[in-house]
Design a protein around this ligand. Sequence first.
Ligand SMILES: [Fe+2]
Length: 185
Amino acid sequence: MTAVATTTLRVFDDTDPGTPVLETSDGERIAAELAKAGVHFERWDADAQLPAGADQDAVIAAYRSSIDRLMETGGYQSVDVIRLERGTPNTEPMRKKFLDEHRHSEDEVRFFVEGRGAFYLHVGDKVYQTICVKGDLIGVPAGTKHWFDMGADPEFTAIRLFINPDGWVANFTGDAIAAGFPKLD
Ligand SMILES: [Fe+2]
């Protein structure tokens, strides 16, 4: 299957995972639709060249000025990096961990600088499947019901910003809604 390499938003009624009521790859439209749901979305430049095997410090150093700006404007106190290279073994347990609907008492802010991943935001009676790629910044506010799919063969690097990383614990809703929606792949 060809991987979607473009940012894509699909909006579904939460009772009908079969047919999106809206699908767009227009960055401004995506930002506007997500803003209605209280979710922050921006497209940034993510042009730094990251060498294979770049560690967390190298990724943070490459994006230092963007990170500083984000931390200043959003009041974030700490930053880390999650990086999964294609072919990493045993990713299925990691994938499963966030594949069910949950909430956090902390914002979930992710700046994708490589690869892709899908956020599913369950707001009101809609589900917003947001496929994020390199350059996309998404900020899911604390308390928002959501799940995340990194795909069957994940490949992504995301810079994560926290006000308090201790608050970033998944509180599962117990709703099986995620199982009915299309996966990333
Ligand atoms: Fe989450």
